[in-house]
Design a protein around this ligand. Structure first.
Ligand code: NAI
Length: 247
């Protein structure tokens, strides 16, 4: 399905980004995998040696977008999908968030996405797409999530803005907004009763989200089946943000 197509996934080494990468590769596409975790990227490449190129980069580095796009160009000669997935979590309430922490959230979760997207515009042809990995926290208020939620809401604004500016050129720009997805990002917080009460007991579905749930949604948004979907935010949360359920 993706044969001959190339995706760039940031944060490809683990969790949601790894699942998105794997789905793309299983569908026959090639992948430019971006992450700071060299060993995990090498393990991914060992599984699909023909299809994967690795860029061990910190997405916040000034030259990271240019380096990643140069590698996509030299190795594959094209880019069909940019998946801006790399992100950090564990936010605090505003009064507990210092400037350094605020800047880190803005840098990783927002500024890098803006800069990777801008750089990709030079490579993306009509028919290509961008998917930002936002969050349900960007759509609704949650306790103690200030800087994180602000960056994810900004990604939703950026999605709509890019859709209007670049949709007319034949690009599609969408976002996914996952709810709780079981990854290393949240694993240890599952032991906190308050976190479980807020995030797990309130999912009107018998299980938590899995990285594969997000990978499936991203695969759909990148596919021809979504060829008229532009500027959309696809929520993947088992109904959590649409309801007031408590189990
Ligand atoms: P994770 O922590 O398991 O994986 C994140 C990946 O991004 C890691 O491989 C990490 O090395 C990489 N990364 C982080 N900062 C980087 C940087 N500066 N440069 C290069 N790579 C970097 O997290 P997870 O859960 O897979 O999250 C992925 C995305 O999904 C994030 O944007 C997160 O905000 C979002 N998300 C996650 C949810 C969840 O419940 N797990 C819910 C909603 C959104």
């Amino acid at each position: 399905m993706n044969r001959g197509k190339v995706a760039m996934v940031t944060g490809a080494a683990q969790g949601i980004g790894r699942a998105i990468s794997q789905r793309w590769l299983e569908q026959g596409g090639s992948l430019l995998a971006v992450d700071v975790q060299a060993q995990a990227l090498q393990e991914l490449q060992a599984l699909w040696p023909e299809q994967v190129a690795c860029a061990v980069l910190d997405v916040t580095a000034d030259d990271a977008p240019a380096q990643a796009m140069a590698l996509a160009r030299s190795r594959f000669g094209r880019l069909d999908a940019l998946i801006n997935n790399a992100g950090i979590g564990r936010p605090k309430a505003m009064h507990l968030t210092d400037d350094a922490e605020l800047d880190r959230f803005l840098d990783v979760n927002l500024r890098s996405v803006f800069r990777f997207s801008r750089e990709a515009l030079g490579l993306l042809e009509p028919g290509a797409c961008v998917v930002h990995v936002a969050s349900t926290f960007g759509l609704m208020g949650n306790p103690g999530a200030s800087a994180y939620a602000a960056t994810k809401a900004a990604l939703i604004g950026l999605t709509r803005q890019m859709a209007v500016d670049y949709g007319p050129k034949g690009l599609r720009i969408n976002a996914v907004a996952p709810g709780l997805i079981r990854t290393p990002l949240i694993e240890d917080r599952l032991e906190q009763a308050a976190f479980r009460r807020l995030m797990v007991d309130t999912i009107p579905f018998p299980r938590m989200g899995r990285p594969e749930d997000v990978a499936g949604a991203v695969a759909f948004l990148c596919s021809d089946d979504a060829s008229f979907i532009n500027g959309h935010v696809l929520v993947i949360d088992g109904g959590w943000s649409a309801t007031n359920w408590i189990g």
